[in-house]
Ligand binder design. Structure first.
Ligand code: PPS
Length: 316
């Protein structure tokens, strides 16, 4: 843990995370013993990866990609977590457990039919090395870090594989130091921003997806080389809007019998919570906001990557 000292993890948090040999934090659902297998995971050129820092629109993107690749009839029949392999997570975390549910989902993916759809939140250094030689399609989605952090904080109340943080301020102290599972937002996002010109990589921003979902669906279908009819483009865009997707038992984790989303008995906790830009304003104190703005400017100023922190039409 040397690289993160002097700020220390509280003992009850330390117990509820995986700490890698490098001192990085992962969800408890990814034990260290998976990491070598994941590094050596055999990637196929036909694979499609959706990679994100958590709570950045992963499931939304997966749902759009699944409909483009497999068609709406298929996605109506099959659970999103079954169509997409969350490679680093234990099998026990998806509904209907397998025989050996302590194995990683990457094991299930090994036998998956082409084209495989795969999800990961891992930092770049933990991803399969063949990702950079076999050159499958990689879609990276980034969300403004304030909203991603607020969504993540709320998610820790729901997800049994994540620690309990006392309150938002406690979470913020860990978040801005990169001391939460999957690590530092800046490092994560900038590692893929640096890859954005690779022809097999598409870099998306959550806020652009919100502002123009249809354009996002179109961009994804072009990137995936799967042209859509006008009707399919309209249908996929409509079905992927927050309101429609929230009602869908195959796409919304809140409506599934998913064993990891049962941490606290509180019906108000949701996987699909608000789906908006700017909710951070209900959480960040003025001091936290000033502090984070300085950090953001320092880390992002030379990168050319910007984010919308409020929705143009929002009343927030
Ligand atoms: S996870 O658990 O890390 O994979 O979560 P992830 O899927 O990346 O992100 C969850 C947040 O995405 C929001 N979401 C959506 N926003 C807009 N439109 C659609 N269709 C949609 N689907 C999911 C979801 O509500 C989470 O954000 P918050 O801010 O918590 O609502």
């Amino acid at each position: 843990m040397s690289k993160h000292i002097p700020f220390r993890l509280a003992p009850e948090i330390r117990k509820r995370v995986t700490i890698t040999a490098d001192g990085d934090l992962l969800s408890k659902g990814t034990p260290n013993k998976f990491l070598d297998d994941i590094k050596n995971f055999e990637v196929r050129p036909t694979d499609v990866f959706v990679i994100t820092w958590p709570r950045s629109g992963t499931t939304w993107t997966q749902y759009i990609v699944s409909q483009i690749v497999h068609g709406q009839e298929f996605t109506d029949k099959h659970n999103i977590n079954r169509i997409n392999y969350f490679i680093e997570m234990q099998i026990s975390t998806v509904d209907s457990p397998e025989a050996d549910d302590k194995e990683g989902i990457y094991k299930m993916a090994e036998n998956g039919a082409d084209p495989r759809l795969l999800k990961s939140h891992l930092q770049m250094k933990y991803l399969p090395t063949q990702l950079f030689t076999k050159r499958p399609k990689v879609i990276y989605v980034a969300r403004n870090p304030k909203d991603a952090a607020v969504s993540y904080y709320n998610f820790t109340h729901l997800n049994t594989m994540l620690p309990n943080y006392g309150d938002w301020s406690e979470f913020y102290e860990y978040f801005h130091r990169g001391l939460i599972p999957y690590g530092d937002w800046f490092e994560h996002v900038l590692s893929w921003w640096g890859m954005r010109h690779e022809p097999n990589v598409m870099f998306l921003r959550y806020e652009d997806m919100i502002k123009d979902t249809k354009q996002t669906v179109l961009k994804l279908s072009n990137f995936l080389e799967r042209p859509l009819s006008k009707t399919d483009l309209d249908d996929i865009s409509r079905r992927s809007e927050f309101g429609e997707m929230s009602k869908n038992r195959k796409a919304n984790n809140d409506l599934m019998n998913n064993p990891i989303f049962k941490k606290r008995d509180n019906a108000n906790l949701k996987f699909m919570r608000k789906g908006i830009i700017g909710d951070w304003q209900n959480y960040f104190t003025m001091a936290q906001n000033n502090h984070f703005n300085t950090l953001f400017s320092d880390k992002m100023c030379d990168t050319g990557l910007t984010f919308d922190f409020v929705h143009a039409q929002s009343s927030l």
